[in-house]
Design a binder for this molecule. Sequence first.
Ligand SMILES: [Zn+2]
Length: 270
Amino acid sequence: MAEQTDHPIDLVQDALDGRLGGSQRAALDAHLATCDRCRRELAALRWTKTQLAAVATAEDAPQELFAQLREALDGADRRLPETAGPEPRRRVTRSSVAYWLGAAAAIMIIAVVWNIIRSALTAPAQAAEDFRAVLSNSTSLEVSTTEPAALEARLQAAGLPFAARVFDFGMMKYSLVGGGVHRFQGRSSALFAYRGADGRAVICQMYEGHASELPAPGERRRQNEIDFLVYREGELTVVFWQEGDVLCVLVADGDSESAIQLAFAKAVKV
Ligand SMILES: [Zn+2]
């Protein structure tokens, strides 16, 4: 058989969009049976659609972004002119395939960026990011209070899947600023922020998790039969410890040893 030059790419596109009648479908199937190029085209377009559907329905996906992307694609679809002769139809087909390939590129970029943000941040890195976000006011605190008991009552009312215990660092010259329910590693966390008289800050979070999920620490300490995992994130010290089914994390600026001592002071053996 001679190499085929007439590829019904428009039919491939229509088949994928479910717009193909029985006789056209039969013609396309007959062509696909003999043409590698169109089979590859169909597979590529189908992959794009599947990716869009999978990424868009995944948990925590930026739904608004995907809704906008879908709307833009539907709009592009509607704007395609009615087809007349074979020549215009081919041009339309090319632009239609081009927009699907453009969509594929957009989906990949969104998915990659979203995955980097969502899962490539390790727990210590995210704890450090949260510290910086709260200090720069880009994450505002749900509750402003200097009373640990008041914040604890509010957190208990929020229906967290664990009992949050708001630390009192008054003895260490840190006063509570506030806190609230936060998202940490895809879970609900209780977050508490503190300020020291010297302007230093401490942020603690509690969330359901296990120390086995954490990356290898820079340092391990053991105090009162509790294991502490210590990480350095730039200028910050991040300390994790386990309390039953809950992981506690404390982030502080300033010297590392002070941060570790704060954790030692508040950790409870469960
Ligand atoms: Zn073909």
